[in-house]
Structure formats: C-alpha cells, structure tokens
Design a protein around this ligand. Structure first.
Ligand code: G4P
Length: 540
C-alpha cells in the first residue's frame, strides 16, 4: 500500500489554467477550542517557511472571562483580519489555509468559511477526545462530504487509549477512520510514532523549536531492530499494528476524497512532532480545487470564464472608514485586476483596482488569482455573504448555510435621534454575518438572533463606536428559527394569521417561524402538513 501522490502540473498538454489549479490546496483547520488549532497552524507555517519564529501566529480566541473587554474584541478582530487567509508554498504547491474563529460564539463564521475550502484538518486533543464543537463543525463537513484528515494532538500528555479515541470519532462524527501513523506510548512514556504505511519510526524528542524529525526506517515490524529502538514497547506496537490492519480498511485516496474515510495522524503540535508527516501527506492526498454547485449548474474550476463567491466580510478596523473587505473564493477561470465582473444579485458590474492576496501575515495587491485562491476585495457596502461574481453568466453559488440562532433578543433603539444610524449599522453588521436579523411586520420590530451571547456585546459596541447609535437588547424566549417553504400559499397564510406573534421575515424576505419550544414546533408541523420547516437555510 502506498500513498499515491497528486500529479503536479508536469504533463505538457495541460493548459496554464489547469497547471495553476493543480498547484493549489485550499483548506481549514478546525477544532474545539484549546485542542491546538493555533499551534498547529503556526507549525505548518513554520514548515512552509512562511514564518520564521514560533509565536508569530496569534490565537484569535477570546479567552473566557474577557467577554466584556472590548479592547479584546477589537484585538481579536484585528487578528482575524490579518490571519483570515494564510497562503504559503510548500514543495511547489500553493497552500491556502483559511482561518476559522477560535470562539464558539462565532461558529457561524466558521461554517461559512468551510464553504470556501476543499478539505479540512481536524485537530483532536488526545485526552479530551471528541468535544461538542468538534461535532458541530464535522456536521457541516459531512453535509458537503468535505475530505477530512484527523490530527490527534498532545501525545506528550497522557490521553485516552488510541483505539478508544478512534471509536469515538467513528461513532460521534459519522465518519470511518484509517490510522496512518500509530503512537508508541503516550504522555511520559511517549516515544514516537510508527508510520504504518512506509514502516518508518519517528522518534519523539520534546522540542518546540526544532523542525527536523529523528527518523529510522525498518524493514517491517518483525525487524529485531525494533526491540532495541523502542524501549519496552516493541511487542505492544506489533500487536496494535496488527490489530489496526485487521480492523481498519486499507487507505485509499478515493474514499478519503469522497469524505467517507478520514486518515488519522498522531503527534504533538507544540513539539513540532508529527506535523511534517501530516503536511507531506496533506500535499500528496488533499484535493485540488473542486467544482462548485450553483442554482443552474455545476461550475468546474478549469472553465475559462471567471466565477467566485463571497464567503466572509470584514469591517475595517478604523471606525472612520466604512469600507470593508469582502473575501472571495475563486471557483473557475482567472480573476484579473481592474476587469469588469458581474455582481449577479445586483445586476451591476464592478471592477477592483486593489484586489488583495494573503501570504502568511503579508497582504499584497495582486494582478490575478486562480481557482482555490482567496481574494480580498475592498467594498463600500455592495457585498453580502453569498454574493456571486462572474464574467457575465447569471449563476448563483449555493452551499453557504445559515443555521437557526440559539439566542434571540429584540433590538431597541435608545436614542431616537440616531434611528437612521442604527438602521444602517445593523444592516451592515448583519451583512457581515455578525448575527441574523429578523423583522416582524407590521411594526418593524427587529429581532437579532445569534449563536452566542458575545455577539450582542460586539453589536452594541460596534453600533456605538462605528455608527454612533445606542441600543438595548430585550431577551425573547424563542427556541428556534425555522424557515418555511410551501406549494400551498393558502396554508401558509392561515399559519401566519394564527401565529402572527411568531412570524418574521429574514434579511432576504423569506418567511421564518420563531418557535417557542420543541413541542410547539412539532405541533405546528403536524397541524400544517403542507408547510416545510427548514432548520438551516442557504443564502441564495
Ligand atoms: P486552539 O487554537 O485550538 O484553541 O488551541 P491552541 O493552539 O491555542 O492550544 C491550546 C493550548 O494547548 C495551548 O496552551 C497550547 O500551548 C497547548 N498545546 C497545543 N499543542 C500541544 C501539544 O502538542 N502538547 C501540549 N502539551 N500542549 C499543547 P495554553 O497554556 O492554553 O496557551 P499558551 O499559554 O501555551 O499559549
């Protein structure tokens, strides 16, 4: 069994566009907070030569207890802008690593970012195993069959038995696994990992700075050398490796690429251990930019005509400048600076004279970008998350999900003189995806829905500092927001009349039912069989 490699643009017949596509890997690292995402990101950048020193990548998580510290929110926002995309080159491949927020209150932002990647690396803490946020993030990956590589981290600490962790991953994350490396001991006993496919032993030496691995190749596990190399663990390793081969199916690139099987690596990001193996395998197996679905047809990356979509919008940190950066994923063709492109939703053309690319912590203006690349576009308020840009074709990319918020509060204006500013501010902040806005008619009552409390503080702070508007939030006791579609408008009208206190429209004018409890939602579903209730919604 071998890890078959990607063919990197060597064939002579390939078009220049195809060569660029084959060179690219666009992915995100996801994890429950504290599993080691920031540390692994930094180590990948170190191996990729994109940064020179450890400590250069700042954690973008808001530490617990800092929720009222607005400077912390701004600091975090600054880091998020700087690290939204970290591009680097490794072994002739252009890697685009998309950052995801470290705080679970910003999970929506992560879900949207996942729509712009072609694969993910999932980091799991070997002591904690699968955690709540891991499950939620993986649900989103499973919806799209995004290929996943698992990195089980912190092997330098005592953790769970590796077989137990793998079982837990399979059960809770609904994906089959295939270990590629296997740990030799753990915690104080941790000696290294054995590469199950190429029979190499990587010896662990705690070291936060050193990037070289100490590797020894053996012929097979029967090699008597093993007994001298791994102190007291040789027989256990032989036994476990045999069990692995018996229990888990052989690694196939195709089942990884279709999202059915996740290859698993063990290591310690903090100690640079197992990271290079992970990166090398990633380069070999991770998919190149994949086709994307639109409302009309699937768009292939090698089509000549340019197309792309906006998956993230970031406000400028300077409150005096309202401009924002819209992050666009290129899906097909070549994006060019100062060329006119159609903003499909608005039916208008735009050109961008300063499109930005991101290489590690550096931003620079680019002349062109290719499928898989992320381009930062300066925006004065024309973009919303999910917007499509094309060479002229009227298509809209799908796949940016909106999930029901978990906390609902009514937005109350506390300064009637600043009603206009509040209106504008809340529109722009919700365009950025900070929270969801629902409006109740008649009365124009505005209800803000979020997944965490933190967003309310962010909104209040930013409304005041960037728009000069002050507001209050009144808690509302709703359980879920569900989107309604139907072929029976009469029944929808009947439902809306009956439930007028719970009916609102979202930003796009879609009818949404705010259910007070699971039981009431179930009743509504039973009593109105022609209505379809959706727990997530695609921004199209
Ligand atoms: P996150 O982005 O997923 O939230 O996690 P992050 O990388 O910030 O790591 C969380 C904590 O776990 C950090 O410690 C980090 O040093 C530690 N860590 C990461 N990888 C390993 C590993 O392989 N082994 C061990 N033992 N620890 C690891 P912290 O004390 O919270 O932060 P810091 O003060 O070290 O920055």
């Amino acid at each position: 069994m071998t890890l078959e490699t990607n063919t990197i643009a060597t064939a002579t017949k390939k078009s220049p566009l195809q060569k660029e596509i084959d060179k690219r890997r666009t992915f995100a690292i996801i994890s429950h907070p504290d599993a080691g995402k920031t540390t692994l990101t930094e180590k990948l950048l170190l191996f990729g030569g994109a940064i020179q020193t450890a400590g250069a990548v700042k954690s973008n998580k808001i530490k617990q207890g800092a929720t009222s510290d607005f400077m912390e929110i701004e600091r975090q926002r600054g880091i998020s802008v700087a690290t939204s995309v970290m591009g680097f080159e490794y072994r002739g491949v252009k890697i685009n690593l998309l950052d995801t927020p470290g705080h679970q209150d910003f999970a929506e932002d992560t879900y949207r970012t996942l729509s712009a990647v072609d694969s993910v690396i999932l980091v799991i803490d070997c002591a904690k195993g699968v955690e709540t946020q891991t499950e939620k993030l993986m649900q989103v990956c499973r919806m799209r069959n995004t290929p996943v590589i698992v990195f089980i981290n912190k092997l330098d600490r005592d953790g769970q038995n590796p077989f137990d962790i793998l079982d837990e991953i399979e059960q809770k994350l609904d994906i089959r696994v295939r270990p590629i490396t296997w740990p030799i001991g753990m915690g104080k006993e941790f000696q290294g990992v054995y590469h199950l496919i190429n029979n190499r032993i990587f010896f662990f030496k705690p070291n936060k700075q050193k990037l070289e691995d100490d590797v020894t190749e053996i012929n097979s596990l029967d090699d008597p050398l093993l007994d001298t190399l791994v102190d007291g663990h040789a027989d256990l390793l032989r036994e476990e490796a045999e069990l692995v081969e018996g229990v888990y199916e052989p690694f196939e690139k195709s089942t990884y690429r279709s999202g059915e099987i996740a290859p698993v690596f063990f290591g310690s990001a903090l100690n640079n251990f197992g990271v290079k193996e992970l990166l090398d395998t990633f380069i070999d197996i991770a998919p190149t930019p994949a086709p994307r679905t639109t409302d009309m047809r699937d768009v292939k990356p090698d089509e000549d005509a340019f197309s792309g979509f906006v998956f993230k919008i970031h406000a400028n940190l300077d409150p005096r400048h309202r401009d924002r950066i819209a992050f666009l994923r290129v899906c097909s063709g070549k994006f060019e600076r100062s060329k006119n492109y159609l903003h499909v939703k608005q039916g208008k053309t735009f050109k961008f004279s300063n499109p930005t690319s991101f290489m590690a912590n550096d931003k620079s203006v680019i002349d062109e970008a290719y499928p898989g690349d992320i381009v930062g576009l300066y925006d004065t308020g024309n973009f919303r998350i999910g917007d499509t840009l094309t060479d002229g074709e009227k298509i809209i990319f799908k796949g940016i999900p909106t999930f029901s918020p978990e906390i609902f509060k009514e937005l109350v204006n506390t300064d009637p003189m600043k009603a206009k500013q509040l209106e504008k501010g809340i529109k722009q902040l919700t365009d950025e995806g900070v929270a969801q806005l629902f409006t109740q008619q008649p009365g124009n009552r505005r209800i803000i829905g979020t997944v965490g409390e933190l967003q309310f503080e962010v909104i209040q702070f930013r409304l005041l500092h960037e728009y000069g508007a002050s507001c209050r939030f009144d808690y509302m006791n709703f359980y879920k927001a569900v989107w309604i579609t139907t072929d029976n408008p009469k029944q929808l009208q009947e439902f809306s009349d009956q439930k007028y206190r719970n009916m609102v429209i979202d930003k796009y004018g879609n009818p949404v039912f705010l259910a007070e409890s699971e039981w009431l939602l179930k009743r509504a579903m039973e009593n109105f069989p022609d209505l379809k209730f959706h727990f997530s919604w695609e921004v199209i």
